[in-house]
Every structure is written in C-alpha cells, then in structure tokens.
Design a protein around this ligand. Structure first.
Ligand SMILES: [Zn+2]
Ligand SMILES: [Zn+2]
Length: 365
C-alpha cells in the first residue's frame, strides 16, 4: 500500500511540476488543495494521512487549537474554548495520540486555554510552555492547576528553540511585560520542517507584530495561522509581507459576535496572495507536507454545525424538536442533532417540563 501511494505521490509531483513549472516557488510546491467537496477531500486525505508533518487547525468554533505532528511527535498550541474542549480530547483519541511532547499556551484568554485543561487531564504532557504573566480569572487558576501535571513547565522565552521529531520550533516572541494588551503577550512560534514552515501568533496584535518586524525576526513561512481570529487589529500589511505565506488558516466561529474575520484582514491576506482556509465554513483544516511538497485538506462542516455552533443570545437550552429532549447548550449530544431538528429556548426548566419536554439524562439541564 505504501509503495503504491509513494508512486502515486511521485506521479502527482511530476504532473504538478508541469503545471507549476513557470511559477516562481522558493518554498514548497503545492500539489493538491480542496475547498469544496467532501469526496475530493477524502481523496486528498490519503496523501496527507501519510505525510510526516501535519498542522491541524481544529474546528473549535470561536477559539484556537492547533495540533502539530512531526515524525510521530506532537505539539498542541492552544486548546480552544470550554464548550469545545471535548472535541479536542476526542480528536486526540480518534487519532491515537496518547502523549503530547509540547503543550503551548499562547496567552491566558478562555478561548485559548480552556480546552488545554481537558488535554492536560486526559493526556500525558511532556513540556508545557506558558507566557510569563498572571491573570485573575478563574480559568487561569484552573489552567495553572492542571498544568502541574506536565513533566516540565517553562515560560516562553524569545530565542529558545527545540526539536519536534525533525521539525524545529523557534520561539519568536515571549511575553516581555510591556505589552498594552494580553493578546499582545501571545507566544509566537515558528515551526520548520524541511522547506516548509508555519508561524503561529495566538491573538497577537499590531504591537507584537511590529516588534517582530522591527527586530528582524525570521518570519518567512509557508503557512500563517492568522492572528486573533482574523480581527482588524492583527495581520498588518507589513507583517504579512514579512512572512510571505502561501496559505492562511483562520479559526473562527460561525456568525461570531466579534465579526471575525474582518474584511480589512481578508483584504490584506488576499492582496498578498495568501490562500485562506477557515474553520467556520470548512471545518477542521489540515496542512500536510513531506518537507517539500504540501497539500491542504478540509474536513468539511458537520451537517448541523451551521445552526448549532453559536446559539442565539439568551439561549438557555437547546431542543431536539424530534425527540422533544432539551439539553444544556454545551451538551455533547447537541452535536448529534440534525440541524433541521434543532431549536433554542430562553424558557426555564419548569416551563419546559410543563410543556412536555424531557430533560437530557446526560447533561441534566
Ligand atoms: Zn482568541
Ligand atoms: Zn485573546
């Protein structure tokens, strides 16, 4: 099987080579990409499945969680929000990942660290890298407790680097203490594998981006995990020009209340020739590479995600109109309700029961 795939892969390289022979490509050669159909995506998945280097941006709605795999070693950069924590753990299980070599928390906002708590509680973590500031939130305290289970915990320090299989991870920015916002304290890393590389900036905004550009950080990369969910205060034109990425991944919730990603940022990426993939419309997205060629695979949205991701403001319970059961909005069972059966309510428990609805036995609403 491996041999056949290798032959197929080589053929594809040759074919792609003809098509791309006139293009000026200094880093990586794009073989295949998919933006639309699920069946095509599966075909591409065969290739990506066998690549030794993978960057997976999980669909965690409004939040960020990136899994990096290199030669069997793994790193998790952020873990998404509380509501989607179970998705992250489930994804690790499904992919048979029992150990995390490195866990990086970019900064202490809930949509980045809440999901890491679940990872720390269920998976063995080697090294944790955290930003050197404190927060007075509950989620921060829970995270700091959970992170004690890692074998080592270190502060992110610009200039440090470590190996992840044959990949090199360079910390380009670590919190210095003079940042105007917590987002700007985000740990910025660059992961390089052969000719391809990926820059992750968490929620860093212009201040940190400018600092990196001014200090001549080696920002050139193939993949840019777009800062702060594509907000208007990140991804300055100068910063994007310094990175020259081919691909941009944006993690955002469907119809999120922040308006992410914004037109300003999408225009900047577009004007710089960056090909954008996003979780709100394409679900989990995967960048796979052998160190030279690369491909992007999109998992596609689950059938009901378009309606179930962000319940309307004031929603108390999510209803399965078919079974007449009602759930807490973060109940696992909600993900299994067909989109057209989903209902939302602001009524309280007693009213619901009086109207003949049944509380879910799992989440006990
Ligand atoms: Zn965020
Ligand atoms: Zn943030």
């Amino acid at each position: 099987m491996k041999k056949i795939l290798y032959v197929l892969f080589s053929l594809l390289i040759i074919v792609a080579g003809f098509y791309l022979s006139t293009a000026v490509e200094t880093k990586g050669q794009q073989l295949y990409k998919d933006k639309s159909s699920i069946s095509e995506t599966k075909a591409a998945g065969v290739q990506i499945k066998d690549t030794k280097f993978k960057v997976t941006m999980l669909d965690v709605d409004q939040g960020l969680c990136v899994l990096i795999e290199a030669d069997g070693h793994t790193m998790v950069y952020d873990g998404g929000n509380r509501e989607n924590s179970s998705r992250v753990v489930a994804y690790l299980r499904k992919n048979n990942i029992k150990e995390i070599d490195y866990l990086v928390a970019s900064h202490y906002d809930e949509d980045h660290i809440a999901g890491l708590i679940g990872v720390l509680r269920t998976t063995s973590v080697g090294n944790a890298i955290i930003p050197s500031y404190q927060s007075n939130t509950k989620i921060y305290s829970s995270f700091m407790k959970a992170v004690e289970s890692a074998k080592s915990v270190k502060y992110a320090n610009a200039g440090d680097s470590f190996k992840l299989g044959n990949a090199t991870v360079d910390i380009l920015y670590g919190c210095k203490g003079d940042e105007e916002t917590n987002n700007n304290k985000s740990t910025v890393v660059k992961v390089s594998y052969g000719d391809v590389s990926c820059v992750l900036t968490g929620d860093a905004e212009f201040q940190t981006e400018d600092y990196l550009v001014r200090n001549g950080a080696k920002l050139g990369c193939t993949l840019y995990v777009v800062g702060h969910h594509g907000s208007s205060w990140s991804s300055s034109d100068e910063f994007v020009k310094a990175m020259r990425p081919k691909i941009g991944f944006i993690s955002v919730g469907v119809a999120n209340q922040h308006g992410h990603p914004t037109k300003r940022t999408l225009d900047t990426l577009n004007n710089n020739g960056v090909e954008v993939y996003r979780t709100d419309t394409q679900g989990t997205v995967v960048f796979g590479s052998d160190g030279q060629a690369y491909a992007v695979l999109t998992e596609g949205k689950k059938f009901n995600n378009d309606v179930s991701v962000l319940p309307p403001a004031g929603t108390k319970y999510v209803i399965n109109m078919a079974s007449k059961r009602f759930h807490m909005p973060d109940c696992k069972a909600v993900a299994n309700i067909y989109g057209y059966n989903i209902g939302y309510t602001t009524k309280d428990r007693i009213e619901m029961v009086n109207e003949g609805y049944i509380p879910c036995g799992y989440c006990n609403p």
